[in-house]
Ligand binder design. Structure first.
Ligand SMILES: Nc1ncnc2c1ncn2[C@@H]1O[C@H](COP(=O)(O)OP(=O)(O)O)[C@@H](O)[C@H]1O
Ligand SMILES: [Mg+2]
Length: 239
């Protein structure tokens, strides 16, 4: 095969030109790319609007950030997630295991800065798994989705997963991949506190997770009512 053909077929870990990938979604700070040739992964990059020259983070006040963290610049979000993933992964060393958070496969240099290669969470039909927010907006949110979210939080408590950002756009509904349908967290893991309070204390973390769960329930309530879903018939809401 010629060099050209190879680069089309293969996932070169040296450099990825994202012009060959499709922008599949985005959040406030990151872009998510997919490629049909590689259905198991997505690549996450920091949006150009969220980083300045040299990979620095665009912030209003420089005082807000500790020197230790400044060296990671706009990639700080990757570091937090990676730490959380390492902590979780070590608990299952040697096992083949589905995790409640998307698996991190590695990092690659791309045409749009460093990209994090992550497990692509998918639906049964192969499309990208919908977020809980989208299920609500499309009036497809049902009891099993709430059960899945509550199950996620039980797992998170048991496994001491630290979360720092909770909104319904960070949780997706996965009914593909041959396992039981479940809710997977694709963003917002890791510790915001510089001393690592929640990573250190299981008790504090459980309190925080409970608060986050209640906050998500309130969001389900609010968006659900706006979308015309009969929220009061859902069993297992903490609010
Ligand atoms: N691993 C993944 N599998 C499937 N969809 C994902 C994955 N990661 C992100 N997404 C989709 O992309 C959107 C934005 O990703 P996210 O990581 O939340 O970006 P941000 O950090 O900017 O909030 C999510 O709301 C979700 O719809
Ligand atoms: Mg997000």
């Amino acid at each position: 095969m010629t060099g050209n053909g190879m680069s089309e077929m293969q996932f070169s870990l040296d450099y990825v030109d994202l012009a060959q990938w499709r922008l599949a979604g985005h959040g406030a700070s990151r872009n998510i790319f997919e490629n049909r040739m590689h259905p198991d992964v997505v690549i996450k990059t920091v949006k150009p609007s969220a980083q300045s020259a040299g990979g620095n983070r665009k912030v209003k006040s420089k005082l807000l950030f500790f020197k230790k963290w400044r060296r990671f610049g706009a990639y700080m979000v990757f570091r937090r997630e990676l730490e959380e993933y390492l902590n979780l992964a070590r608990k299952f060393a040697g096992e083949e295991k589905r995790l409640p958070i998307a698996k991190i496969f590695g990092f690659v240099q791309t045409s749009q800065g460093l990209g994090m290669i992550v497990e692509r969470v998918s639906s049964r039909d192969g499309s990208l798994a919908p977020t809980l927010r989208r299920l609500i907006e499309e009036r497809r949110f049902e009891q099993n989705h709430l059960d899945g979210l509550n199950e996620f939080f039980s797992e998170a408590q048991r496994l001491h997963i630290v979360l720092m950002d909770c909104n319904l756009g960070n949780f997706v509904w996965c009914d593909g991949g041959g396992s039981n349908p479940r809710v997977v967290c694709v963003d917002g893991t890791g510790e915001k506190s510089p001393v690592g309070m929640y990573a250190m204390s299981g008790v504090l973390n459980r309190i925080k997770l409970k608060r986050y769960r209640a906050r998500l329930h309130r969001q389900i309530w609010k968006h659900g009512e706006a979308a015309g879903i009969n929220v009061s018939s859902l069993v297992g809401m903490s609010v």
